[in-house]
Ligand binder design. Sequence first.
Ligand code: ACO
Length: 430
Amino acid sequence: MSNERAANITVDGKSVEFPVLRGAVGPDVIDIRSLYAKTGMFTFDPGFLSTAACRSAITFVDGKAGTLLYRGYPIEQLAYQCDYLEVCYLILKGELPNATQKQAWIKEISDHTMVHEQLSRLFTGFRRDAHPMAVLVGVVGALSAFYHDAMDFSDQAHRDQSADRLLAKIPSIVAMAYKYSVGLPFVRARNDLDYAANFLHMMFATPCEEYVPNPVLARALDRILIVHADHEQGASTSTVRLAGSSGANPFACIASGMACLWGPAHGGASEAVLNMLEEIRDASRIGKYLARAKDKNDSFRLEGFGHRVYKSFDPRGKIMRETCHEVLNELGLHDDPLFKLALDLERIALEDDFFVSKGLYPNVDFYSGIVKRALGIPNEMFTAIFAMARTVGWIAHWNEMIGEADQKIGRPRQLFVGSPRRDVVPRDKR
Ligand code: ACO
């Protein structure tokens, strides 16, 4: 990065110059770190519409062009030519593994797939009807209480150890949350299966019946994991960075990211899409729901449409749409009414001026919910699958931030609009 360019801001007739930092690709940024010292003013940007909160070399998104790159590689190439663990290696370490590195990596992760027996017992403290995300946030946060051998986060080896544990154990914990919710015994990992197939095994095998993973379905899940693996500074990733900036325990930081992801404006969307499609029920009712989505006085939104960054299309949505066709063909469900309804809704919304003019296109979660449903995963588990996929991104960002030489605790300022200083009136005079 160089600062050949500069930006001038004029405050009360006085011009102040700030350096402009250049990224590898994408918009440059005005470095306003000295703004308060020079002008006595803060910037105001709730929702971070124009604020780059950090430097990062992991993921690049161009919302106008519909481009998503992990470490420079387009998401389409990664989704069709790599598997999830290779993508994890890339996101964490910066390069794709060669064959030897891949085998060592698989072994490194497989060595940690089991969870501590005490952690298994934690599940029984939850109600069976608890939302899986509530269980996940609690259990992943509780991992902080189990690993005291790798607590020096300034040491890269300790950070790597935490990363391995998280990547390996999250699928086990997500599957346990599901088994617990339906009252079935936990199923242990099978390290001879790949990451996605092993997860399906832990979800659907029982002590009475082996689960034989269908390669098309395992590949579809693997692709869901790849397209959700990272998305630069989304709300949950920013949450992890902010939590981690104080030097907090990584397992607790990842749990905070999961809590943020749960919301319907973020990772809760794929669950919300399925609920919405079930509510719409029939193509003849689409018009009524589109009218509701346009009505300013109605809080209803078309779930799975729109994105803060993508304003022309979401490249992950395209991959998921194709994967959806593959899975439904494999299962003989191409006439599935819900899938047909989703296609109708997509077509009608994409021809509607309101959605076109606002740049509202189907996002990744519009189709990923239908794929997950076809895999036999219940709606309430959808966000947990997203959390499993995104864990690698959260760890990579946490790791990148901790490793920065000038890392500071995150501490935004505010525009204060409350009461100025005043004195407490004695109780009998209020
Ligand atoms: N349905 C109807 N109208 C919408 C929708 C939608 N899905 N999304 C945005 N709009 C409208 C807003 O009402 C607003 O209209 P206005 O300009 O007349 O006020 C305009 O489009 C801009 O919307 P914002 O909420 O300001 O856009 P923002 O970038 O803040 O929000 C978000 C993006 C949260 C994703 C939004 O589009 C949304 O709520 N979508 C539905 C939920 C969803 O699918 N979330 C998943 C995101 S992908 C992910 O997390 C992996």
